[in-house]
Design a binder for this molecule. Structure first.
Ligand code: ACO
Length: 712
């Protein structure tokens, strides 16, 4: 019988902790963990377990876990892999709730079976596994330092979840140097059971945690991660560093969507969709955490730069554009606010330039004026070292200003740039947890991160939009292809899928004779396109199976005969089901919409510039499915070619509604039809407003296929 999952609270706030493999030897990991637990000030019951018994660090040692008796919330397993499986199973039998399996030597070295067995056995008995292959965890709420890091972690408000052990351990040291206080830190290692999403469920409600920082290498249950992240980012900022930005993870698939969907692009876009802040480097992540864990939330978007340097002000202005920070530009109001505190030769336009002669009192005057004015929502304060500035007052000025802003609930971010005086001030302020940055871009990136989080957290939840599709008809088409032993759909079948999904296409008929072809051409209206329909001919153009731009009856007759003879001579024995006669689609803006099942995130959708150069241009963006219409609009705005849809150089606006409709409908198909692994429309031609967007070509791959081709 499966047991209920224990409440995740018992991981972070255990009432008792047992260390299996607590060693008498001070150099061993089992000793270090026990030492950290004891010296960290954990107040619950501590149970060292070692068959030798005796005493370690003044604590009586149990020879077995069973001997210890009582309820055990958390076990730390630190014995070699060959003993660890039995030790973990034994703890599960005794009803322990969580087990931090420190031991290496499992799936990370190919020992997948034992890891699976250990996890299955434990989970079935209601014990959750963290790891294996981890360095442990820290939780400020229970003063529990159960890891083999350097010890002496300072408590604070940043929670860290890390998949990398070494990086995580190094972060402990780095957080101490940078004085970033930690509310919790969990090493997740091989993620055999507990994943980021489980931990986020606790951390998003944890009062000590103001920011969550995650280092991720690979995503297991992406669907669940998206679900939890969407909720978590509404409550507090989540910063992610993900390694593996290379193309290696890209699936070599037969569709453009597959090859463009390098795991990193998909990850990046989905993190944005979830409101997560993605950091490029550990330093950027630390900067964001330092700022976000101490700042107030803004009330609006009006940001003012106050500086004593013209050049640095311009740099900051550029950075604001890059990080999507809105500079307040009501010059009249700015003049009223800053005229009394700015020298006559300075500037009261954004950036406010107090000029090189500014003293700490001048900065205080301008920053107070900005603080007091309700039109101003946040401030970037940039200081360049000058000889006339009373540098001894720099840190006091920043600290006092920071306190005033915090009390008023208005964000302010500081940058100081110069020599040893500014570095000393920065270090002194860091000890007091007042974040001050050096580089202007670093500084503005922090405020950009705050605004990105704030917009997401205060915006309307996106919801889900789907469209009606004829799922039964689609399933029938898929079943037919599977009966044929195919892992892809033929062109006309793909078109039938689009028709069942309500997606607009050029008008088309299948002709099974010359007469039918002529009749089809006349019904559709010239010019038309003709293509052979055959499951044995994948590359139709290569064998002369396609004829374009047929203007009249005679050209249709000639083309029909040419296609038939080409195909019969070049692919002898090919089964020819007919010839497709289609409306020759007028030219328009060529887009691509592709939906596929991502190995980590499940159904995803890609939208971008289409046509034959799609992989060269790479002007595409992704989302997890399902999503809302407003998210589809955001997708559209993200691509560089978006102005083409709005109409450039006097062109009319394109039928954006129809493009959105196609995106949502294809999203609905991949969401509902498990049998499809990839469905890609390329090109989708967007015409002028009111004339729609038409799917000119479609490729469909079936799920659970091994490298199937497409009908191109
Ligand atoms: N129950 C309780 N205690 C036991 C048991 C048991 N079933 N079996 C053995 N022990 C005791 C041993 O007697 C020993 O105690 P002693 O030193 O007093 O004699 C203690 O447990 C430890 O056992 P050892 O065999 O000495 O194992 P050792 O400490 O050398 O290694 C460890 C164990 C640390 C788990 C090791 O196998 C391992 O996996 N190391 C890698 C850990 C790691 O790097 N994890 C990833 C972290 S992240 C990163 O990469 C930095």
């Amino acid at each position: 019988m499966l047991h209920d999952r224990p409440d995740i609270r018992y991981l972070f706030e255990p009432r008792s902790v047992a260390v299996i493999g607590a060693s008498h030897n001070e150099d061993k990991i089992g000793y270090k963990i026990l030492e950290n637990i004891v010296s960290g000030g954990y107040e619950g019951r501590i149970i060292p377990v070692n068959p030798k018994g005796g005493e370690i660090l003044g604590l009586p040692v149990s020879r077995t876990l069973e001997d210890a008796g009582g309820e055990i919330d958390l076990v730390v397993t630190s014995v070699p892999a060959k003993y660890a499986v039995d030790a973990v199973k034994g703890a599960a039998d005794l009803g322990a709730k969580f087990n931090l399996v420190i031991t290496s030597g499992f799936s990370e070295v190919g020992n997948i079976e034992e890891e699976r067995e250990l996890t299955r056995y434990s989970v079935e008995r209601g014990m959750r596994i963290i790891g294996p292959n981890i360095f442990g965890m820290y939780s400020a709420s229970s003063k529990l330092d159960a890891n083999f890091g350097p010890g002496g972690i300072c408590a604070g408000s940043v929670a860290i979840i890390t998949q990398s052990g070494a990086l995580g351990l190094a972060m402990i040291g780095k957080t101490a140097v940078e004085n970033v206080g930690i509310s919790a830190m969990v090493s997740v290692g091989n993620k055999a059971d507990i994943e980021e999403a489980d931990l986020l469920e606790y951390l998003m409600a944890d009062e000590l945690t103001r920011v969550v920082l995650m280092y991720i290498e690979g995503v297991g249950d992406g669907d669940r991660l998206v679900d939890v992240l969407e909720k978590a980012t509404r409550r507090k900022p989540v910063v992610v560093i993900k390694s593996g930005r290379s193309k290696r993870g890209a699936v070599a698939a037969a569709s453009h969507t597959g090859s463009l969907a390098g795991s990193d692009e998909v990850f990046d876009a989905i993190m944005r969709q979830c409101g997560v802040l993605r950091a490029e480097s550990v330093q950027e992540a630390f900067n964001l955490c330092k700022f976000l864990s101490t700042t107030s939330m803004p009330a609006g978007e009006n940001v003012v730069i106050v500086t004593n340097g013209g050049g640095i002000g311009v740099l900051a202005t550029d950075a604001c554009e890059k990080y999507d920070v809105t500079l307040y530009d009501d010059n009249e109001t700015m003049k009223n606010i800053f005229d009394p505190v700015t020298p006559a030769f300075g500037s009261t336009k954004n950036p406010i330039d107090l000029t090189g002669g500014a003293t700490s009192a001048d900065f205080t005057g301008a920053l107070d004026a900005a603080l007091e004015h309700e039109e101003i929502d946040a401030v970037i304060s940039l200081y360049c070292e000058t000889a006339v500035f009373d540098a001894d007052n720099l840190s006091t000025m920043i600290e006092e200003t920071s306190v005033k802003y915090k009390a008023a609930g208005k964000p302010i971010v500081f940058s100081v740039f110069g020599g040893s005086t500014t570095e000393e001030a920065q270090a002194m302020l860091s000890r007091k947890r007042v974040p001050v940055f050096g580089d202007v871009y670093e500084t503005v990136a922090c405020l950009g991160g705050l605004y990105s989080h704030w917009r997401h957290a205060t915006g309307e939840p996106a919801g889900i939009d789907e469209e009606e599709i004829d799922q039964t008809a689609i399933e029938e088409i898929l079943a037919g292809a599977r009966e044929d032993g195919r892992s892809f759909l033929l062109a006309h079948e793909g078109e039938e899928v689009l028709r069942a999904a309500g997606i607009l296409m050029p008008e088309t008929r299948i002709a099974r004779s010359l007469d039918e072809a002529v009749a089809a051409g006349e019904e559709i209206g010239f010019p038309v396109v003709m293509k052979v329909v055959s499951r044995d001919i994948l590359h139709k153009s290569d064998v002369g199976g396609v004829a374009l731009d047929l203007e009249n009856r005679d050209e249709v007759i000639d083309a029909y005969q040419a296609i038939m003879s080409n195909c019969r001579s070049r692919v002898p024995g090919a089964r020819i089901d007919g010839i497709q006669v289609s409306e020759m689609a007028a030219s328009g803006v060529e887009l691509i919409v592709g939906a596929r099942r991502d190995p980590a995130f499940g159904p995803t959708i890609m939208f971008g510039m289409g046509g034959i150069y799609v992989e060269v241009l790479k002007d595409v963006t992704f989302r997890a499915v399902p999503f809302s219409r407003s998210e589809a609009i955001e997708m559209m705005k993200e691509i560089r070619a978006y102005p083409l849809l709005l109409g450039v150089r006097g062109e009319e606006r394109k039928d954006i509604e129809s493009v959105l409709d196609t995106i949502i409908r294809l999203g609905t198909v991949i969401q509902r039809c498990d049998g499809i692994s990839d469905i890609e429309v390329n090109p989708l031609r967007a015409y002028e407003q009111g004339l729609g967007a038409k799917a000119v070509d479609v490729r469909v791959l079936l799920s659970e296929t091994s490298g199937g081709g497409t009908d191109a």
